[in-house]
Design a protein around this ligand. Structure first.
Ligand code: HEC
Length: 154
């Protein structure tokens, strides 16, 4: 009886050890996968995780409390200050996303919800642009919007 117990105990130990060894051997592969971005979330997923809670899944939000992300953003891009504005609003600038992921989300929003209103020759936002302006969070987004663009329309 004692022998059988020892035997099964020994077996389960080696089973666990084998799993640990397999994971350990796979570490370089896992690191490569994660660092290569193969497992990075898509802009759509990042939008759903970081923005849709307030701006809704389709970006239609509920103005005036949360402005819509459909239509008007495309037109805003013709004003340089407003190109910064869309990154400097607190919801965007403080999102738990890297600069390049935030640039991707913003470009995704622009192309997905604002394709009809984007200026001709639209240049997607770059990670460098986001890095440059993101830290300068707008203390009063509405006042800035009114000064450089105008009040919410709907
Ligand atoms: C907690 C709610 C919340 C979250 C989360 C949020 N936002 Fe917002 N967003 C707002 C509110 C409220 C405003 C209006 C400005 C203000 O008061 O901050 C706004 C304004 C904006 C505007 C300006 C729209 C306009 O017409 O003036 C953009 C662009 C924007 N958000 C993008 C984003 C993006 C991109 C994300 C995700 C990375 C995000 N927001 C996450 C609440 C949120």
């Amino acid at each position: 009886m004692k022998k059988a117990f020892l035997c099964s105990h020994y077996k389960s130990e080696s089973w666990r050890l084998r799993i640990v060894k397999i994971i350990f051997r796979m570490t370089p592969v896992l690191l490569l996968l994660f660092s290569s971005g193969l497992y990075a979330a898509s802009p759509r997923i990042n939008y759903l995780l970081s923005c849709s809670g307030c701006h809704r899944v389709d970006g239609a939000s509920s103005p005036p409390n949360v402005p819509t992300l459909r239509g008007e953003l495309g037109r805003m891009l013709s004003v340089p200050q407003m190109r910064e504005y869309i990154v400097r609003v607190p919801g965007a600038s403080q999102a738990p996303l890297s600069d390049s992921d935030l640039a991707d989300v913003m470009n995704w929003i622009l192309e997905e919800f604002n394709a009809d209103t984007l200026p001709e020759g639209f240049r997607p936002l770059t990670a460098d642009e986001v890095t440059r302006v993101r830290g300068n969070i707008l203390a009063d987004p509405l006042q800035y919007r009114i000064e450089f663009w105008g009040p919410y329309t709907d």
